[in-house]
Design a protein around this ligand. Structure first.
Ligand SMILES: *Cc1c(COP(=O)(O)O)cnc(C)c1O
Length: 470
């Protein structure tokens, strides 16, 4: 494609993108297609000769768009949001245009140095320990795996990388509410899932530190090696916050690596009133949070900090001759800070977002999301036929419909039915979790252009749909 042809199509495309952003509330939030509907519309045969951009876009409109669930809609309240924003989308266009590979300083010095500066800005924004260093990872899953591998190597003085190991002596601990990416990382790192110890939670779904201490002591007595603890700052089910200070003190006294998984709620550390969630963070050996969830940066962008960057680099550095450069001592070669060699230029979209909104613009939005969801939770809890089922710590409310005539054993089925009806209507999108045996509906509100009216309307839809079921 020549630059001139590109210019023509790019202008059309930007118009289409702006129309989409303006009209997104008119689409059904949840895609209404049936399984295989899209697949069957796509020709089985590979195109042999090329086609025009216009014909590709016609098929995009006809076949692809109806199979999209609109995460961009302010009425998408399911899971956790996948953030994006105007400045971030524009930066992604530039990133794609440059196509830089950001593995070494020398392969794009601006990318490496912008990344280093962004990590500094984020420490200021979230009030994180000044001595931490870090880099951008693709996902929290990768960051957690990276932490686990680094802990393994630090423990063995980097000998496991050399000689291999029998993983079955090591023990890793997290709460029963911790994210499934931890199970995956434990498997990949070679410890065996039997050595992931899931500690029960207290009545607020926070890791029970007393039970953690008992588990560690019992393991020590049988000759096992407590290696790694994951504390969640915002669990995925209910955004419960584990007591990081108490867990940290325990880890320090047993020389255990503490990893803090703040994938979602980490963004809220920018608010002074949420500083309580980070109490004890100075104990952490590693910390991850995802601007791609709730800081208006497009997927993928996961921020990974460590206390000791030397251990991290020693774990991952393998410098074959053809990748050695003159500047190795002076600069960060981020290829050595994680698993991937090739790396996208992710710092650019972070820079655009931080400059466009500024700390104040971000705080205003994040604070509003938290306040509006708290207000919604109060309304839900006041309603005689609804109840809030978990403490609201940020911008997620977990609730349950409890019509007065229903038997308690019917409630799970009723709530499932309520959520399915709402999602099938296309008006908004919710997801669910289980708290104990209870089926609970989750509403997470994190769109950058969200207003309190969106949430009021969402509450109306929930009540009206429930009424229609009764
Ligand atoms: C979403 C989430 C993850 C996984 O995030 P990815 O970036 O998709 O790997 C991990 N932990 C918590 C607490 C999460 O909410």
């Amino acid at each position: 494609m020549s630059p001139e042809e590109f210019r023509i199509h790019a202008h059309k495309m930007v118009d289409r993108m702006a129309d989409y952003l303006a009209e997104v509330e008119q689409y059904p939030v949840k895609s209404q297609v049936k399984p295989k509907e899209i697949l069957n519309e796509l020709p089985t045969d590979l195109p042999i000769s090329g086609g025009s951009m216009d014909s590709i876009m016609i098929d995009f409109e006809k076949t692809i768009l109806k199979g999209i669930t609109h995460w961009e809609s302010p009425y998408f309240f399911g899971y956790f949001p996948a953030s994006k924003s105007g400045p971030s989308i524009l930066a992604e266009m530039l990133t794609a245009t440059l196509g830089s590979q950001c593995m070494l300083w020398a392969t794009s010095p601006a990318a490496a140095e912008l990344e280093e500066r962004m990590m500094g800005w984020l420490k200021q924004l979230l009030h994180l320990p000044k001595a931490w260093q870090g880099c951008i990872q693709d996902t929290a899953s990768t960051a957690t795996l990276t932490a686990l591998l680094t802990a393994r190597e630090r423990y063995s003085n980097f000998q496991i990388n050399q000689a291999g190991f029998d993983g079955s002596k090591f023990r890793i601990y997290c709460s029963e509410q911790a994210h499934s990416s931890i199970d995956k990382a434990v498997k990949i790192a070679g410890f065996g899932i039997d050595n992931l110890v899931k500690i029960p939670t207290d009545s607020s779904l926070r890791l029970d530190v007393g039970l953690l201490e008992q588990a560690i002591k019992a393991d020590l007595q049988t000759g096992l090696i407590p290696l790694f603890v994951i504390a969640a700052m915002g669990t995925t089910g209910t955004t419960a916050v584990d007591p990081i200070d108490k867990i940290g003190a325990l880890c320090t006294s047993h020389s255990i690596w503490l990893h803090v998984d703040a994938a979602y709620s980490g963004t809220a550390l920018m608010l002074e009133e949420k500083a309580w969630m980070g109490k004890g963070l100075e104990y952490a050996d590693s910390f991850v949070f995802n601007p791609h969830k709730w800081m208006f940066v497009n997927f993928d962008c996961s921020i990974y900090f460590v206390k000791d960057s030397k251990s991290l680099v020693n774990t991952f550095s393998i410098t074959p001759e053809y990748l050695r450069t003159e500047e190795d001592e002076l600069v960060n070669n981020y290829r050595d800070w994680g698993i991937q060699l090739g790396r996208r230029f992710r710092a650019l979209k972070l820079w655009f977002v931080l400059r466009y909104y500024g700390a104040e613009g971000l705080k205003t939005r994040i604070r509003n999301h938290c306040r509006w969801v708290e207000a919604l939770a109060l309304k839900i809890d006041k309603h005689p036929d609804f109840e809030v089922k978990a403490e609201v710590t940020v911008n997620l409310v977990c609730f349950r419909w409890k019509p007065s005539l229903a038997q308690s054993e019917q409630l799970n089925a009723l709530n499932e039915q309520l959520m399915k009806r709402i999602n099938d209507s296309g008006k908004m999108f919710l997801s669910h979790t289980k708290i104990g045996r209870d089926y609970v509906i989750r509403l997470a509100a994190g769109h950058p252009e969200l207003t309190e009216q969106h949430l009021n309307h969402a509450w109306d839809i929930i009540q009206q749909t429930a009424l229609a079921i009764e």
